[in-house]
Design a protein around this ligand. Sequence first.
Ligand code: HEC
Length: 165
Amino acid sequence: MRTGEKRIIAVIIALPLLAIGYQLLMFPQREADPGIPFYLAASPEIKQQAEHIYARNKCSDCHSLWMVRNMMESVPAPRLDGIGSLRDEQWFFEYFSAPDPQRILPSRLKQEYRMPSYAHLPVEERRTLAAYMAGLKVEDWYLEDVRKSEYEKLTGKPYRTDRPE
Ligand code: HEC
């Protein structure tokens, strides 16, 4: 083997080692990815039925859930991932059953973007939806981020943890 060839081989071997060394040097304390914080605490039956109701009523035109949302629409509605860690089943049921949901949760948006009333749905469907929403949980370590994002969507104002209640 000629010296020229040896050099080339040496470079081929050295380059990936240098790259790894560089990574270790520059990003030594990179933390393990903690994973997706959202999970569903509802039975498979509730999930299946609720997903039908959710799809039929086009909730994803305005809301994002499990990364799914209608990209053609741009309503700034709160995302629903983790919402079941902020409110309970009874609250959801009353909210969906209200003829005027804005009396429960005031809106800052124009009429066509606001949460519609689902009082016309059969009571069983409202119950199923409420049970499903209540099961949309978030791990504790991400709860504050969900609160922040919900607050900012609802009010349009930045969230401050030191804000007076
Ligand atoms: C036209 C857009 C639109 C559609 C369709 C829609 N929503 Fe909403 N939703 C909103 C908006 C906007 C809000 C925030 C309150 C407001 O501005 O009226 C909201 C609020 C909510 C909340 C309360 C969130 C919170 O912060 O506590 C829940 C739960 C919810 N929607 C679930 C649903 C479900 C389930 C469906 C389908 C059955 C649905 N939404 C359909 C726009 C929509």
